[in-house]
Design a protein around this ligand. Structure first.
Ligand SMILES: O=P(O)(O)OC[C@H]1O[C@](O)(COP(=O)(O)O)[C@@H](O)[C@@H]1O
Ligand SMILES: [Mg+2]
Ligand SMILES: [Mg+2]
Length: 336
């Protein structure tokens, strides 16, 4: 008899029921996020036919030109999540401040953060892009919700994941007990469990960094990459390969599937800016997934999940992936 497929819904119900790993409200919230990702996947697939490509002629709070799909994905996530009663508020790369659930809907106890469309520069060239999300619990000291409630270290996340819109639509999730992967079965219209307990090998021969920024890097990053480039004749005594997709979601997915190290480090172009990537809805969820899969994630000096955010759209330097490589780069920043 063919093996029974396990849907995301069933997986989450089993986590809740048999193992008591997630509360019912969190399960429902994650199902809604997955449904929203399914809608975004449909929109992405239509491409030119759906009129979803190209620029929206507007800028987000970070001064970046928004693509039509950035805005569509943001709206899909808000509309799917605002009425279900699981959430108190949402925050997104594409919104200046938090979006409090309107009081015509029931208020829930969770906070949802997302990068609705990661890899915006790849949208119009038909390269994989994705949605990244992070779930926090609203501190219950006071009624209502404010931006300060979101400013919790990544270690406090209760769920994190991403969905990739690529050759397959793939949702990867952690609720703090390992990492599971689900593939969208378009005929059934549901996400089906395709990998459980994903593990990142501790060693790797593959690095991922935007090499065009080399002249701006800090010394420790330059040293690490120089040593990789020296190959089998150099101090690492092995040849390295390089990949840079320029969609963090896809570069991190590759690392979860076969190992590697991903870096978007601080550099000298804008010394006052800690990095390019955003802490709360890019670095934190990805760092937790990577740690849950046995990898590591630092900003060069400290564990990303321990960083105390000071603002919603805070940026951070990111070094994550295979444990031994991340520890090596971190040790170059923190000499004994
Ligand atoms: O164009 P660059 O400098 O290589 O930057 C690529 C990085 O920027 C990002 O696209 C930023 O994300 P957004 O598309 O959500 O702004 C990352 O996904 C990616 O790793
Ligand atoms: Mg992004
Ligand atoms: Mg984005």
């Amino acid at each position: 008899m063919a093996q029974q497929k396990i849907s995301l819904t069933r997986y989450l119900v089993e986590q809740q029921r048999a193992d008591g790993l997630i509360p019912g409200q969190l399960r429902l919230l994650l199902e809604v996020v997955a449904r929203a990702c399914k809608s975004i996947s449909m929109a992405v697939n239509k491409g030119d036919l759906g009129g979803v490509l190209g620029s929206a002629d507007s800028e987000n709070v970070q001064g970046e030109v928004q693509k039509k799909l950035d805005i569509i994905a943001n709206e899909v996530l808000i509309e799917a999540n605002e009425w279900g009663g699981h959430l108190a508020a949402m925050a997104s790369e594409e919104m200046d401040s938090i979006y409090v659930v309107p009081n015509r809907y029931p208020q829930g106890e969770y906070l949802l953060l997302f990068d609705p469309l990661d890899g915006s520069s790849n949208i119009d060239v038909n390269v994989s892009i994705g949605t990244i999300f992070s779930v926090l619990k609203k501190p219950d000291e006071h009624p209502g919700v404010q931006e300060a409630d979101f400013l919790q270290a990544g270690a406090k996340q209760v769920a994190a994941g991403y969905c990739i819109y690529g050759p397959q639509t793939t949702l990867v999730l952690t609720v703090g007990h390992g990492v599971a992967m689900f593939t969208l079965d378009r005929e059934q219209g549901s996400f089906v469990l395709t990998k459980e307990d994903i593990q990142i090998p501790a060693d790797t021969k593959e690095f991922s960094i935007n090499m065009s920024n080399m002249r701006h890097w800090d010394e420790p990053v330059k040293r690490y990459i120089d040593e990789c480039l020296a190959g089998s004749e150099g101090p690492r005594a092995k040849d390295f390969n390089m990949r840079w997709i320029a969609s963090m979601v896809t570069d991190v997915h590759r690392i979860l599937m076969r190992g590697g190290i991903f870096m978007y480090p601080w550099d000298k172009r804008e010394p006052g800016k800690p990095g390019k990537l955003r802490l709360m809805y890019e670095a934190n969820p990805m760092s937790w997934l990577v740690e849950q899969a046995g990898g590591a994630a630092t900003n060069g000096r400290d564990r990303i999940l321990d960083l105390q955010p000071t603002k919603l759209h805070e940026r951070v330097s990111v070094i994550l992936g295979s444990k031994n490589e991340v520890e090596r780069v971190t040790s170059y920043h923190n000499p004994l």
